[in-house]
Design a protein. Structure first.
Length: 340
């Protein structure tokens, strides 16, 4: 391997100083092993990656995922053979989205620096995380490549995002400020505004439908109407299904399903942090297989949330289609005996 890319997200949840420190150690580790290193501008890598082997590419003017995607695109076009990313899940997803747009297969090696992949250090399922906690040097020659299961989301037949945990229409985004986690308005967030909310706006109306188009059994309706709360579509892997879907996920995984689509029959359920006033909860769910398509029709104007990232608006009347793909991406792994 001759050309690799190092990309850091200084806004990831573990803090800028930690991210730059990890990026510097990653650079020192890779420098003697390759001929050329592409890195992002300023705090996206260039601040701590310097030298004759370094080429700075990309843009950091927008301070959002636009910068990540433009930078990743330039790195791909320059011939990057592997991405080493110091960030959280959203940045991994953004880079992979560019890979798909470029029709390239390039493995991703993730150094955990986001909210969830550092707050929960014992979580087994992290699609792209290869290194967590204190930095430990490694040899590129010792890395192995694994397939990663993921989720494709389309709006009106156009691919809008790829995710590696879950996909859902949402009116709120989970945000981190100096006090910790807060819920903010999702549409305002897309306009670069932070507005804390205590109650989520309903995602559903009398015309909303949530269903699965299956290959084996035809169409299966999960829920209909204005009582639908948060609608979530997730793939099923050991451990993770227990987080997003509880008993239903465990049951469906044991039955050989690849994904789960579920909702709560309470329009007040919109926040990601549970509210005691919601209980008891009535949940409607369905398992599905690779090749089946989950359909969400006629929501209120909301935002497509994929993993922990707000992607784009969903307009009233849009058709949202979500499917699981077992071999969607490639991940670089240090070794079977190493715990990320």
């Amino acid at each position: 391997m001759k050309k690799v890319a190092i990309l850091a997200n200084p806004y990831a949840g573990s803090g800028k100083s930690n991210i730059l420190s990890l990026t510097a150690k990653l650079y020192e580790c890779l420098l003697p092993q390759v001929e050329q290193i592409f890195t992002g501008p300023a705090e996206m890598g260039a601040e701590v990656c310097t030298g004759d082997k370094v080429t700075v590419l990309g843009d950091d003017s927008h301070k959002n995922r636009t910068d990540t995607m433009r930078t990743a695109a330039e790195m791909i076009d320059a011939g990057a053979e592997m991405f080493f990313i110091v960030s959280g899940d959203g940045t991994y997803n953004d880079v992979f989205e560019v890979l798909k747009l470029r029709d390239k297969v390039v493995p991703i090696f993730g150094v955990a620096a986001g909210r969830f992949n550092t707050i929960f250090p014992d979580r087994a399922h992290n699609p792209f995380v290869s290194l967590r906690g204190e930095f430990r040097p490694f040899r590129i020659a010792d890395l192995t490549i694994k397939d990663v299961m993921g989720i494709e989301t389309r709006i009106n037949a156009e691919v809008k995002s790829y995710g590696f945990f879950w996909s859902a229409p949402s009116s709120t985004v989970l945000h981190t400020d100096e006090t910790g986690f807060i819920e903010i308005d999702a549409l305002d967030y897309l306009d670069h505004q932070i507005r804390k909310v205590e109650t989520a706006a309903p995602v559903a109306n009398p015309h909303t439908t949530f269903s699965v188009r299956t290959q084996a059994y035809g169409d299966l309706e999960i829920a209909r109407g204005e009582n639908i709360g948060r609608m979530v579509v997730a793939h099923l892997v050991p451990e993770f299904n227990q987080i997003v879907a509880g008993m239903h996920g465990c049951f469906l995984e044991a039955g050989g399903y690849d994904g789960i689509a579920y909702t709560w029959q309470n329009p007040a359920v919109g926040l990601m942090t549970p509210d005691p006033r919601w209980f008891p909860l009535e949940q409607h769910s369905a398992g599905f297989h690779e090749g089946d398509v989950v359909e969400i029709r006629n929501t209120n104007k909301t935002v497509l949330m994929v993993d922990s990232s707000a992607i784009c608006p969903i307009e009233a009347g849009d058709l949202v289609e979500i499917r699981v793909i077992k071999k969607l991406a490639k991940k670089a792994v240090i070794g079977e005996g190493h715990r990320a």
